[in-house]
Design a protein around this ligand. Structure first.
Ligand SMILES: N[C@@H](CCC[C@H](N)C(=O)O)C(=O)O
Length: 285
């Protein structure tokens, strides 16, 4: 099967974007893994598939698959690339677009300077909704949990859903933080029945932090948009951050705003088309 795709990136978190607005491609998890493969396919952290609106109050739906082929609920950097894609491909001329993803409905706005602003909705702390199984952790206080990892490390995390699950910890220095050692152990910890994205944040000031995220189903990425939202929300709850924070990642900078409570998290960041292409998916997959 030969398919067209667009390669995009947002702060270095990279995507293969597929257009299913007129016809379904009927791809399998093996096909998504092939597209994401950096040696045999195109290479991407996630595959984004754009579909027609499934309900009257949105403009489109898009579906997210991680590099491991699993379908997930939300993708912050991907959502900015999604809106750039539908505008560049002539699928809409709106600058404000509402889209349904598995994790809810989000609103995106392309700004005159090319940045994209996303209303990510309110963070969810209700443990069953994250989902988080508290029986496998120890409560430190109302907003902090201690997890014991299978290598014996004990880590203190904030747990939040931004449509997808996140566990965030504070580290002294992201450059030396044990992201690759602890990331997979946190991702697969029994407290997270759907696995989790593991964030490591270094607080620089009340308005700036550095962040690395070991993503569920993708490993460490250059940036994670929902991870940036989760880190800022956690830092605000812990009294470390003010409502507007610059998040520095290995792939670029995002601005995250949250006024607390049930208010939505706002994310501002870049979205770039890298190239358009065609690829043959082997029949053997
Ligand atoms: N890179 C994304 C998050 C993609 C999904 C995540 N790996 C998950 O499994 O929830 C972002 O920018 O938010």
């Amino acid at each position: 099967m030969r398919i067209r795709f667009t390669k995009m990136q947002g702060a270095g978190n990279d995507f293969v974007v597929l257009d299913e607005t007129t016809q379904r491609l009927n791809l399998t998890p093996a096909h998504y893994r092939f597209l994401a493969d950096r040696h045999f396919g195109v290479g991407a952290d996630q595959i984004l598939t754009v579909r027609p609106a499934p309900q009257p109050d949105v403009d489109f739906e898009y579906v997210i698959h991680n590099a491991d082929g699993g379908e997930v609920e939300q993708c912050g950097n991907g959502s900015r690339c999604f809106v750039r894609f539908v505008r560049e491909q002539g699928l809409t001329d709106k600058t404000t677009v509402r889209v349904k993803v598995h994790g809810g409905v989000i609103t995106l706005q392309e700004m005159p300077d090319g940045q994209v602003t996303v209303d990510m909705g309110a963070p969810v702390f209700d443990l069953p909704q994250v989902p988080f199984a508290a029986a496998y952790a120890t409560a430190v206080n109302d907003t902090t949990w201690q997890l014991v990892l299978s290598n014996g490390d004990a880590v203190k995390v904030g747990v939040v859903s931004m449509g997808n699950p996140h566990a965030v910890q504070v580290v002294a220095d992201v450059d030396t933080a044990p992201v690759l050692a602890q990331g997979p152990l946190i991702e697969n910890h029994a407290a997270f029945p759907k696995r989790v994205n593991a964030g490591f944040m270094q607080v620089l000031s009340r308005n700036a932090l550095r962040l690395r995220v070991f993503e569920r189903g993708a490993g460490e990425t250059l940036a994670c948009g929902t991870g940036a939202c989760a880190a800022v929300v956690t830092g605000i709850r812990w009294g470390l951050l003010d409502p507007c924070v610059t998040v520095q990642t290995h792939g670029g900078t995002l601005t995250i705003e949250w006024q607390g409570g049930d208010t939505p998290v706002r994310m501002i960041g870049p979205a770039t088309t890298v190239f358009n292409g065609e690829i043959t998916i082997p029949d053997t997959l």
